[in-house]
Design a protein around this ligand. Structure first.
Ligand code: COA
Ligand code: ZN
Length: 317
């Protein structure tokens, strides 16, 4: 408790902005490289310490992000911001290192079926590739994170055994991968499930090494954040405007929306270090960039403190 104000003191919630990767990977309209760079440069100045700026995957799989090299090489890097690249295999790691990514995010699904749909290989083959990547990256100073996609449910297989998720987390850590992300690829998680799994995972690794990646596909995104935070998680992925989705997961839709998340934190007194006003301004630029409305709600509604003028007829009463 803060003794002066007698209000609770909450730990910082760290937001990793993923719109340049998860957000843009599913957009049908090509976003020009300078526009991607401008978006990342703007995001770099609103208080994020981590931005997933792109991926180095097959350009046939994700054409929208085929300009990863140019993006990573030309962004204006801000001190204190870690620029992350998503990669599926050794070739991706080589490209990411050559483009000076600070951290690699390796992705495999808990579900064999989704891993085959997304990565075109079995989970076992993904793990072999991860072993090669760990060897390749060793000594370079580049950070490693690995994601367990479909942790909370798979659009093909349904429920995922929680013990399987735990054993994948253990395997990643035994391989020498420090950071772990539990990803809810198609928004199938619920708060009780999140509490259970986060509690189990935090018995094995510190909160600083765990990220939660929620999609808002079934409207439970922020409820899941709160459950995870209260179970001890402190790091969360979110996308500006609520963009995002995996093109190889049927029914996928946007990530939790960054400005909606930051607003919830601001209202609850949970510090994030992110400037909400600047974030809203950036989000309001997305429809012009992408040619369509975006799912986030705060940019439409405004903050609680953005009050409306009192109508004339009310003043007369
Ligand atoms: N970057 C660029 N090109 C790559 C690549 C990478 N990381 N990995 C493979 N390729 C190229 C190969 O060179 C080959 O090119 P060619 O056809 O010109 O010879 C082609 O892709 C096929 O290579 P192969 O190893 O047979 O891959 P695949 O077709 O079995 O696909 C993946 C495997 C992992 C490369 C592909 O499924 C992929 O990139 N998936 C990522 C999907 C994604 O990003 N999902 C959303 C995020 S979770
Ligand atoms: Zn995602």
């Amino acid at each position: 408790m803060n003794r002066v104000l007698n209000t609770p003191h909450y730990d910082k919630l760290i937001v990793q902005e993923v719109a340049p990767r998860d957000g843009l990977q599913i957009e049908p309209t090509w976003v020009d490289t300078p526009d991607k760079i401008a978006l990342i440069n703007s995001l770099s100045t609103v208080g994020f310490t981590r931005i997933e700026a792109g991926s180095f995957v097959s350009p046939k799989a994700i054409p929208a992000l085929r300009d990863g090299e140019a993006v990573f090489q030309q962004i204006e890097r801000q001190p204190g911001v870690i620029y992350v690249a998503l990669i599926p295999n050794l070739k991706g790691a080589e490209r990411a290192l050559a483009s000076r990514a600070d951290e690699l995010n390796l992705v495999m699904s808990a579900s064999q079926t989704h891993n085959r749909a997304n990565m075109r290989m079995s989970c076992e083959s993904s793990l072999v590739a991860f072993g090669d990547i760990v060897q390749h990256v060793k000594g370079s100073g580049v950070l490693l994170n690995a994601s367990v996609a479909t942790t909370f449910g798979c659009p093909f297989e349904g429920k995922i055994d929680e013990d399987r998720v735990i054993s994948i987390v253990d395997t990643y850590r035994e391989m020498g991968i420090e950071g772990i992300t539990l990803a809810d690829t198609t928004g199938m998680a619920n708060p009780r499930q999140v509490t259970r799994l986060v509690t189990r995972v935090l018995e094995r690794l510190p909160a600083a090494a765990l990220t939660l990646h929620f999609h808002n596909t079934r409207g439970l995104g922020l409820a899941n954040v709160l459950a995870a935070y209260e179970a001890g998680a402190r790091r969360f992925d979110a996308a500006l405007g609520g963009l995002g989705g995996c093109p190889f997961a049927p029914g996928a839709s946007g990530n939790i929306c960054t400005e909606d998340l930051v607003n919830m934190c601001d209202e609850m007194g949970i510090p994030t270090g992110i400037d909400l006003e600047k974030l809203i301004a950036l989000s309001r630029g997305l429809p012009a960039l992408l040619g369509h409305d975006v799912p986030g709600q705060l940019a439409k509604a405004g903050r609680n403190c953005d009050l409306h003028p009192v109508p004339e007829y009310v003043l007369q009463i």
